[in-house]
Write a protein that binds this ligand. Structure first.
Ligand SMILES: Cc1cc2nc3c(=O)[nH]c(=O)nc-3n(C[C@H](O)[C@H](O)[C@H](O)COP(=O)(O)O)c2cc1C
Length: 225
């Protein structure tokens, strides 16, 4: 068992003005992020993708278990197999598995079972969640796995946007085929499939809005009147 070993916190104080500026600038930056479904084949240096993954790995996690694995795919053969399997599942979902209400919600996004972007984008980052660890035959549980991997994926998406790249948060369902194709062990479950790259020339995105601030925030306890 590890021992508690405190070290001084590295903390850079900002002036209130500096804080305000950084907060507003980050908000404006985040507002310009969009999920992109039309990619260019323009290559991205692998080092940039690795730096983005390292950023995701700085994320907090339950008991610091870091229950994630990021598989970076640029091999055309693997990308093809992933696309073929994803499209087979998505076709089944769109044509038979999804209820009408779900299909209606997807209508405004203009999506269907075709997933060309899985071959066009230069990289796919496939995120796995590690349910438990198997160390020398001993099963050790991870904690708050979904929360931890979800937060790390938030860092990942922010790092992709910060690096001037675009991505799609994709969840073909079910996605166990990713474990088979990428030969990951049984204790890992596919979590997200994220194509990353540059947008296609003249790429379009659905016109959507975010909820008003008043709908997503409560300050203390407000009167019910
Ligand atoms: C957990 C999660 C799963 C998603 N799955 C898909 C998906 O399978 N296919 C897709 O086209 N978009 C998917 N999206 C993208 C959403 O449709 C998109 O984030 C939403 O419409 C808001 O658009 P924006 O990201 O441009 O703000 C997913 C997003 C999240 C967070």
């Amino acid at each position: 068992m590890g021992m508690y070993d405190p070290v001084p916190l590295l903390f850079t104080p900002l002036t209130e003005e500096g804080q305000r500026e950084r907060a507003v600038n980050f908000l404006e930056h985040c507002k310009s992020r969009r999920s992109v479904r039309e990619f260019s084949t323009r290559p991205v240096p692998r080092g940039i993708i690795e730096t983005i993954v390292k950023t995701a790995a700085t994320s907090p996690s339950g008991a610091n278990k870091q229950p994630w694995r990021f598989v970076i795919v640029d091999d055309p053969g693997l990308k093809r197999r992933i696309r073929v399997s994803a499209e087979a599942e998505e076709k089944e979902s769109y044509e038979r598995r999804m209820p009408a209400s779900w299909l209606a919600d997807l209508e405004e996004l203009g999506t269907d079972w075709h997933k060309e972007f899985l071959e066009i984008a230069p990289y796919l980052i496939v995120v796995f969640k590690e349910k438990y660890r198997n160390t020398d035959g001993q099963i050790k549980k991870n904690y708050y796995v979904d929360e931890s991997v979800g937060i790390a994926c938030g860092f990942l998406l922010a790092a992709i946007h910060n690096a001037g790249l675009v991505a799609l948060t994709h969840t073909p369902s079910p996605m166990n085929f990713l474990r088979e194709i990428l030969r990951r062990p049984q204790n890992e479950v596919p979590y997200l499939l994220i194509p990353v790259g540059y947008p296609a020339v003249n790429a379009v995105v659905p016109s959507i809005t975010k909820k008003p601030f008043s709908e997503i925030m409560q300050f203390n306890v407000e009167s019910a009147e």
